[in-house]
Design a protein around this ligand. Sequence first.
Ligand code: FER
Length: 305
Amino acid sequence: MTRKFADTFAAALLTFAAATAQGQGAANPEQPKAGFGGPAALAADDVRAFPEPPAGFADVQPGIAQGRVEEFAYHSDVTGTQRRAMVYLPAGHVAERRYPVLYLLHGLGGNHHEWTGYVRAQNILDQLIAEGRAVPMIVVMPNGRALPDDRPWPADRKFAPEHVAGFARFERDLLDHLIPAIEARYPASGDRRQRAIAGLSMGGGQALNFGLGHLDQFAWVAGFSSAPNTRRPAELVPDADAARRQLALLYLSCGSQDGLINVSQGLHRHLKQQAVPHVWNVDGHGHDRDSWAGNLYHFAQQIFR
Ligand code: FER
């Protein structure tokens, strides 16, 4: 049983409860199980865009230069507190160059340690950069819960509106406080073409909401297994022409075993209908690190080129 199993089950129940409240799905009590445990309802184009990464891609590999992961603190007027983010600095980085920056956001139960601790993002990046398959980049992994107390909330209050609202409040924290602080402290480029945003689950919804909502700030956007905090497709992409013009890459992924796949499917179908180019990768995983590590592996190779 994965660490995320209980979370996803709760999520599936919540999604079901919401659907039931809207009068959809009420006739079929089997629906949440069908959506969660077994394969979700897949369309013909809900398929893998890439093969599985090679074995060991998220492990420490002997003989490969390692980047440094350090804690960064900044003040936020949104929360009125000192906030923390983890920052990955690629091996061999020099102060004289400006590096592109990927903002990488965690899920509802996580914090600023989730990408390094659970997914092992630093090992994935070390290998890709060492092999020349990814551009050397700075990766900022913030705490996306913009609340005065930003520790993960207990399981029984995880879906409380005040908790979920903290993830929406992170939009101004990111744009007004974190990004300027990162660019003042690190050799980070301030160019939108050199700035990406991606996240998993709740963080996937944030990345889509904030990235597509601020195309002047982000050229590369990815949602992995995005949660129901994702804005509705028509609201996310009000101007398909602007999205086509300004996005260097829009990347959506989800596991075929993930009960939240309907969120990503809805956006994918809308983008397809609006002819907005995007990557759509449906892998064989669930709501877990296998999917997130694999999609970071593929996304990181495509950005900042
Ligand atoms: C929901 C189901 C899942 C939801 C959020 C999640 C805001 C997030 C899950 C995660 O981040 O792992 O209904 O509503």
